[in-house]
Design a protein around this ligand. Structure first.
Ligand code: CMC
Length: 428
């Protein structure tokens, strides 16, 4: 038996199989079981992939025990609120932060690529009023593949670079238009004089004719720099998260040689679920449902009751069994913005009471259930006058650089294969 190997013995036959242990730069080592079926005639069984590393990656690292998250080696604490979101996108897509000149050119290019083909706008017309923006975004993203038919040749780096930048630039436009379409107000085109994040707020809030008014309250409402900075930091904290459910979906669809934007549309579908990115919308609904600090114990009891399907939204994570570092950064942002953006103190009080009750309860402590990123984003997004149904679309906008970098990495991996797991058959 070699030092860096693991031997598995089938106790029924006494046969042993030896597998290499591979060390990454950080994180748990892996046992390379790629030949296991060929060797033993058996599959490994790991529903939900709790013990499976599905790929090799150089993009994002998480240490769930020590609350650590790094993009291309840089801790998120050094990026959120310190580098612009677009610089972080550049980092994820290229492996390094841009020089000031690269940053300027990247920003300019993204501004110019933010427009949508008019054919996509006609697609919005075909969808019903009150459609959830996530459904519309999935459809519009899929439809991009009808326009950009290339983007499939991994040896053509220029083509891949344009493909990545295009989807990054267009997603805020798709999201804002999906929302505007759902409430039946005229579309607002991107304003290339505005930075990415400001432009998104502009497209969400503006009325045709140039005057900015918040849709819904009718007051003049210019976009404040503090709002742009807050949303920029939120986008940064969502930018990548290694092989989560939606990223794995993007990679799985990409492994079939599907178009990158079709893979991204599948990622949007996967993210929408309430166990994943859809939780941010559900957190806000739940805080409103709890309604008052005095009701918190009732809902904590419901969350603990195994006969009640109620789960505390914004709590728990597959990887973080300790504090979610993204949540910690958002909590700091929340505290900083409390006065400046007039955060809803009633909701904040309920959220604080939920957190305090959960973190002093053995049910949550023993299972390592801490507030996750979705627990803190909602109150800030509400203060930015973002409608609740746009919470998960904001997660999508933030996650684009992660998904598209992971897709590119897959395509450039010569050992990549179509994702095709097997099963334990127990049927007739
Ligand atoms: N409320 C009550 N109990 C919970 C919760 C919760 N939010 N989350 C997990 N548990 C319990 C669960 O019932 C199980 O208990 P037991 O061991 O007695 O059966 C234990 O904790 C482990 O849970 P699990 O479902 O096996 O863990 P998982 O790793 O498969 O699921 C999760 C992780 C995020 C899906 C889950 O914690 C959850 O549903 N949380 C609420 C939804 C949420 O906030 N999602 C956003 C995640 S962060 C954004 C993102 O990156 O997607």
């Amino acid at each position: 038996m070699g030092k860096n190997t693991m031997t598995l013995t089938d106790n029924r036959t006494g046969k042993s199989f030896e597998y290499n242990i591979i060390d990454g730069t950080r994180g748990p080592s892996v046992v390379d079981i790629r030949s296991f079926y060929k060797d033993s005639g058996m599959f490994t069984f790991d529903p939900g992939y709790t013990s499976t590393a599905s790929c090799e990656s150089k993009i994002t690292f998480i240490d769930g025990e020590n609350s650590e998250l790094r993009y291309r080696g840089i801790p998120i604490e050094d990026l959120a609120g310190k580098s612009s979101y677009l610089d972080v996108c550049y980092l994820l897509m290229n492996g390094n932060l841009p020089t000031p000149e690269q940053s300027k050119n990247f920003d300019l290019e993204i501004r110019h690529r933010s427009f949508l083909d008019e054919g996509i706008l006609r697609l919005f017309d075909a969808l019903p009023d009150h459609a959830h923006p996530m459904a519309t975004m999935g459809a519009a993203t899929m439809a991009l593949a009808t326009i950009y038919k290339d983007h499939l040749n991994p040896s053509n780096e220029d083509e891949f670079r344009v493909m990545r930048r295009r989807i990054l630039a267009k997603m805020p436009t798709i999201a804002a238009m999906a929302y505007r379409n759902s409430i039946g107000v005229p579309m607002i085109y991107p304003d290339i004089n505005r930075y990415f994040t400001e432009n998104f707020l502009y497209m969400l809030r503006a009325y045709p004719g140039g005057k900015l008014k918040y849709l819904g309250n009718g007051h003049n409402d210019e976009i404040k720099q503090v709002e742009v900075d807050a949303l920029d930091a939120i986008l940064t904290l969502h930018a990548d998260h290694e092989q989560n459910a939606s990223t794995t979906t993007v990679r799985n669809v990409g492994s079939t040689e599907a178009h990158p934007y079709v893979s991204i549309a599948s990622g949007i579908a996967a993210l929408w679920g309430s166990a994943h990115g859809g939780a941010n919308e559900r957190v806000m609904e739940q805080l409103k449902l709890i309604g008052d600090v005095k009701n918190v114990p009732t809902y904590i009891a419901k969350a603990k009751d195994k006969n009640d399907p109620f789960r505390l939204m914004g709590f728990g994570h597959r990887v973080y069994k300790n504090r979610d570092p993204r949540a910690q950064e958002l909590k700091k942002l929340q505290d900083k913005l409390r006065e400046e953006l007039h955060l809803d103190s009633h909701l904040l009080d309920i959220a604080a009471a939920v957190e305090k009750a959960a973190l002093s309860d053995d049910y949550f402590v023993s299972r390592g259930l801490y507030p996750n990123i979705d627990f803190y984003s909602g109150v800030i997004l509400t203060a930015l006058k973002i409608p609740i149904e746009m919470f998960t679309p904001i997660f999508v906008i933030g996650r684009i650089p992660g998904w598209i970098s992971q897709w590119t990495e897959l395509k450039q991996d010569p050992t990549a294969k179509i994702a095709r797991p097997r099963q334990l058959y127990t049927g007739k």
